[in-house]
Design a binder for this molecule. Structure first.
Ligand SMILES: NC(=O)c1ccc[n+]([C@@H]2O[C@H](COP(=O)([O-])OP(=O)(O)OC[C@H]3O[C@@H](n4cnc5c(N)ncnc54)[C@H](O)[C@@H]3O)[C@@H](O)[C@H]2O)c1
Length: 480
């Protein structure tokens, strides 16, 4: 029986390995992590991450051919294929700070693999890593190999949180990069055989190592660029009276462009987009390509601009101050159907409002109070380290309340900000909400989920990203 071990039981390691176990009953899969609470949660009825369909897949395989363990060394030693899906945070100190990837966790995983291995192994990069990381990992393994043969493969993950299980069941493509040697080709073939249990072979793309590594960074940069492009358009729509939904529909109908990833919003978030672009920027700079680096940097700048613009709209339309006013924040996760808050635009929006002394009540169906407190007090990039290395007891913030439903959040509030597109926010009783708010009551839709005209009929003053502005907002221009 082929044995797979995955180091890192996070958003990527957990779901990808669960699906491999589900689709390949003849393969034993063990997911290991240094975090005891994480592994305990994977072995419990309350999995550490929320993903539609994940519970089902885990329950069907756990204890049969899918296991979660903290005994990292034992399972690495026994495995034929070792996936590495550990954190790759952005460096906060030293060379490349603020841009380059910190490969500390990767390097320690690689050294441990070399230490404990007694048989040949295929080591698979699942984490998103800078181009040429495989080469560095290869060097660590080879210099410590004691005669064992290691083959390094790059197999970046393209799943999207919120639809991870769907994406893993039916990936657009699986990408495998390997050395162009007979041994490298053999390793690529072995991994291909795993995916071929359920992915049509023509959708399994095999490339050299560097192309696979760069393709992952490039794919995320292209996706984020689409969002920044439509968000840039949304500012112009507001200035001119065009409607960004109509513009993106018209643009997306062009088959060369396509309709996906063209929704204007308060900004993109998630653990990958910003980090991967910063990484790309750093690689460009290191390779003497400042023009290319600046081109990609602009994608992040527009995202920051969009978040600031939203806060400025809120403050300026409420008579240029939110000091002492209660604002209800609906949604904190970076998108719907996930509890993930890494780099969520809600953090910057809340911090912006708190900076203007607002009182905030936050409701999100999947994000805990503890997580929100952590996010609002943590330093930039600190989130991307293993749990036990993050600040343990978050300082509670006296101007922030985390509540259990949207109605409670909005009670006596002056304004509502919708920051995640959860379906339930479309179906709220906004008449009831309006009745319990201070007047004038403001509704700022950062995800274009509500019917703005209906809300105006109820009595709200509405701001929706990229939509024609209410007279009120035109009279209260947002100046940065
Ligand atoms: N989240 C996504 O949607 C996504 C998608 C594609 C790629 N990625 C990439 O995949 C990688 C992992 O992302 P994630 O979202 O799963 O991160 P995560 O923080 O959820 O999980 C990483 C896990 O690795 C563990 N870990 C760190 N060092 C370890 C070690 N030496 N031994 C054992 N365990 C260790 C941590 O405790 C943590 O549980 C990152 O490089 C990320 O950029 C993420």
């Amino acid at each position: 029986m082929v044995k797979i071990c995955c180091i890192g039981a996070g958003y990527v390691g957990g779901p990808t390995m669960a699906v491999i176990a589900f689709k390949c009953p003849n393969i034993e899969v063990v997911v290991v992590d240094i975090s005891v609470p994480r592994i305990d949660a994977w072995n419990s009825d309350h999995l550490p991450i929320y993903e539609p369909g994940l519970d089902d897949v885990v329950k069907k395989c756990r204890g049969k051919n899918l296991f979660f363990s903290t005994d990292v060394e034992k399972h690495v030693c026994e495995a034929d294929i070792v996936f590495v899906s550990v954190n790759t945070p952005t460096k906060t100190q030293g060379l490349g700070a603020g841009k380059a990837a910190d490969l500390t966790y990767w390097e320690s995983a690689a050294r441990m693999i070399a230490d404990v291995s007694k048989s040949d192994k295929i080591v698979v990069e699942k984490s998103t890593v800078p181009v040429k990381t495989a080469e560095a990992i290869e060097k660590i393994l080879m210099h410590n190999s004691k005669g064992i043969n290691f083959q390094i493969l790059s197999n970046p993950e393209f799943l999207a949180e919120g639809t991870a299980i769907e994406d893993l069941f039916k990936p657009d493509r699986v990408l495998i990069g390997g050395r162009e040697t007979p041994e490298g080709a053999k390793a690529v073939e072995a991994l291909k055989n795993v995916y071929a249990h359920w992915v049509p072979v023509e959708q399994i793309i095999c490339t050299n190592l560097w192309s696979a590594e760069l393709s992952k960074l490039a794919a995320n940069a292209f996706l984020a660029q689409r969002i920044s492009s439509v968000n840039a358009m949304s500012a112009l729509c507001e200035a001119t009276g065009a409607d960004v939904t109509q513009v993106s529909y018209a643009v997306g109908k062009d088959t060369r462009i396509g309709p996906k990833f063209l929704n204007a919003s308060v900004g993109f978030g998630g653990s990958c987009f910003q980090k991967d672009i910063l990484n790309l920027v750093y690689i460009c700079e290191c390779n003497g390509l400042p023009e290319v680096a600046n081109y990609w940097k602009q994608v992040i700048k527009i995202n920051d601009y969009q978040k600031n613009r939203f806060v400025n709209r809120v403050v300026s339309s409420m008579f240029n101050t939110v000091s002492g006013k209660k604002i209800a924040v609906l949604g904190f996760a970076f998108k719907k159907d996930t509890g993930d808050t890494r780099e969520t635009p809600a953090i910057d929006v809340c911090k912006g409002l708190l900076g203007d002394k607002a009182k905030i009540d936050i409701y999100d169906p999947q994000v805990s109070k503890d997580q929100i407190q952590r996010d609002l007090t943590m330093k930039k990039f600190d989130w991307d380290h293993p749990m036990h290395l993050q600040p343990s007891s978050p300082t509670s913030m006296n101007k922030v309340n985390v509540v259990l439903d949207a109605y409670e959040a909005a009670k006596d509030a002056h304004g509502i900000c919708i920051l995640t597109e959860w379906d339930e926010f479309k179906a709220l009783d906004y008449k009831k909400i309006y009745g319990n708010m201070q007047k004038p009551a403001f509704l700022f839709d950062g995800r274009n989920v509500i019917d703005a005209d209906k809300m105006r009929e109820i009595g709200f003053i509405v701001y929706a990203i990229g939509k024609p502005l209410d007279q009120w907002l035109k009279d209260m221009p947002a100046v940065a």
